[in-house]
Design a protein around this ligand. Structure first.
Ligand SMILES: Cc1ncc(COP(=O)(O)O)c(C=O)c1O
Length: 379
C-alpha cells in the first residue's frame, strides 16, 4: 500500500507510523474477529506507540503485557481488556497488577499456587490462566522459539498439575513467530492431544502471538477454521494476541547519510544504528528494506551501511543504489513500527529517533523528540 507520509518534513532519525496503513491491518484483524467471534489483543511488546491506541481500540479488544509497566500503559491508554503474562512475578508486581488487569496468565503450577488465592480474593473479577508449552517447534529461529527443548516458557504436559484445573479460567500457549496458519494448525493438534481434555472446564484459550495475519498471502481461511474448531468443540472464547500483525509494514525509520567512505568497498555512516534503533537486524537477524535500494550488486553503487556507534558490527547490511550516496541523503527503512522503538537503547549516548505520526486529519507530524535528559535519567 502507498503512503502519503511527507518524509522530507521529518527530522532524522525518526520513526513515522501511518494511520492509513495501520487501519488497513486493523480491518483485516477485524474481519477475522467477525468470522470467528474471537477476541484480538495488541501485544504491546511489539508496538507500544500509544498515540495510536485510541485508533487500535476501535478494532481490537484490549492489550496484553509482559510486565507491570506494559500492563499499566495498556490500562491507562488503551482501556478495554488488560492481560498480562510473565515467566515469574514478584509479590510487589502482583500487588501492582491486581487493581488494573483482567487476565493474569501464570507460567507454572507453582506461580498459580503462590498467587491464585490473592487474585481470587482481590474482589476484582480477574481471570486466571496458565501458559502451557505444547513442545512442538514449528520454526527455525531458536531465539524466538518458546517450544524448544529446555524452554522456561510454559508448563509442559509432564509438569501440568491437573488438580489446579478448577482454579484455571483458561489456557494460553505461544509458540509461533511470523508464521502462517498451517503452523497454528499443527500446534493445535498437539495442544489438543496434551491439554484438550482440560478445556471443557474452561472459559477461554489464548493462542498467543506470532500469527502473521496481515502479511500478504497469509491463509486467513485456515486461521478461521482453527479458531472455529476450538470454539465449537470446547465452547470457549478464543483469544489471539498478535504484535507484529497489528503494525506490520505500517511504519518507517527515516535516516540521513552522514559520511561515505571506502575500505575495500563503499561504506556509508548513517545517523541511525542497527544496535540502538533496529536491534532485530542483529538479533533475528534480518535485512530491512530501504525504499529505492537493491540487493548488493543489483544496482550500480553498493554500500555497506553502518551506524554511529563504536560497535564494529553495528552494520545494517549491504545495499545498492542507482546514484552514489552523499552526505545529507535520506534513506527510508520500511516495516519499522514493530520491535523497533520498544527495543531502543541509548548505547554510546546515541540519539533516540523522534516519533512521528501521519494521520488523515493532520498529515505528517512529529509527536515526540528525545534529548540528553532521557539518556541521563536512565543512568
Ligand atoms: C506471550 C506472547 N504473546 C504475544 C507475542 C507477540 O508476538 P508477535 O509480535 O510475533 O505477534 C509474543 C512475542 O514474543 C509473546 O511472547
Amino acid at each position: 500500500m502507498e503512503t502519503k507520509i511527507d518524509f522530507e518534513a521529518l527530522p532524522t532519525p525518526s520513526y513515522v507510523v501511518d494511520e492509513t496503513l495501520l487501519r488497513h491491518n486493523l480491518e483485516i484483524l477485524k474481519a477475522v474477529k467477525d468470522q470467528t467471534g474471537c477476541k484480538i489483543l495488541l501485544a504491546q511488546k511489539a508496538f507500544s506507540m500509544y498515540h495510536f491506541y485510541p485508533l487500535i481500540a476501535e478494532y481490537l479488544d484490549g492489550t496484553t503485557a509482559s510486565s507491570v509497566h506494559e500492563a499499566r500503559l495498556g490500562f491507562e491508554e488503551f482501556g478495554k481488556e488488560t492481560h498480562v503474562f510473565a515467566p515469574a512475578f514478584k509479590k510487589e508486581e502482583m500487588e501492582a497488577l491486581i487493581p488494573i488487569v483482567d487476565h493474569i496468565v501464570f507460567n507454572s503450577p507453582n506461580q498459580v499456587n503462590l498467587y491464585a488465592e490473592a487474585v481470587k480474593n482481590s474482589g476484582r473479577p480477574i481471570h486466571i490462566g496458565l501458559r502451557v508449552n505444547p513442545e512442538l517447534s514449528t520454526q527455525d529461529h531458536a531465539l524466538y522459539d518458546p517450544a524448544s527443548p529446555f524452554s522456561r516458557l510454559g508448563t509442559t504436559e509432564a509438569n501440568f498439575d491437573a488438580s489446579q484445573v478448577g482454579i484455571l479460567d483458561g489456557l494460553h500457549f505461544h509458540t509461533l513467530c511470523e508464521q502462517d496458519s498451517d503452523a497454528l494448525e499443527a500446534t493445535l493438534e498437539v495442544f489438543e492431544e496434551k491439554f484438550g481434555k482440560y478445556l471443557y472446564d474452561m472459559k477461554w484459550v489464548n493462542f498467543g502471538g506470532g500469527h502473521h495475519i496481515t502479511r500478504e498471502g497469509y491463509d486467513i481461511a485456515k486461521l478461521v477454521k482453527c479458531v472455529n474448531h476450538i470454539k465449537g468443540k470446547y465452547d470457549v472464547q478464543v483469544y489471539l494476541e498478535p504484535g507484529e500483525a497489528v503494525a506490520l509494514n505500517a511504519g518507517f525509520l527515516v535516516a540521513s547519510v552522514l559520511e561515505t567512505n571506502f575500505n575495500q568497498m563503499n561504506l556509508a555512516i548513517l545517523d541511525t544504528s542497527a544496535t540502538c534503533h533496529m536491534p532485530d537486524v542483529l538479533e533475528m537477524p534480518y535485512r530491512p528494506f530501504i525504499i529505492g535500494s537493491g540487493e548488493a550488486g543489483e544496482k550500480v553503487h553498493t554500500y555497506r551501511l553502518g551506524g554511529q556507534t563504536c560497535l564494529a558490527g553495528d552494520v545494517i547490511g549491504d545495499y545498492s543504489f542507482d546514484e552514489p550516496l552523499q552526505a545529507g541523503d535520506r534513506l527510508i527503512f520500511t516495516d519499522m513500527a514493530i520491535y523497533s522503538m520498544v527495543k531502543n537503547t541509548t548505547f554510546n549516548g546515541i540519539q533516540l529517533p523522534a516519533i512521528a505520526a501521519h494521520t488523515v486529519k493532520e498529515g505528517t507530524k512529529v509527536i515526540k523528540t528525545f534529548g540528553y535528559e532521557v539518556f541521563k535519567s536512565r543512568l
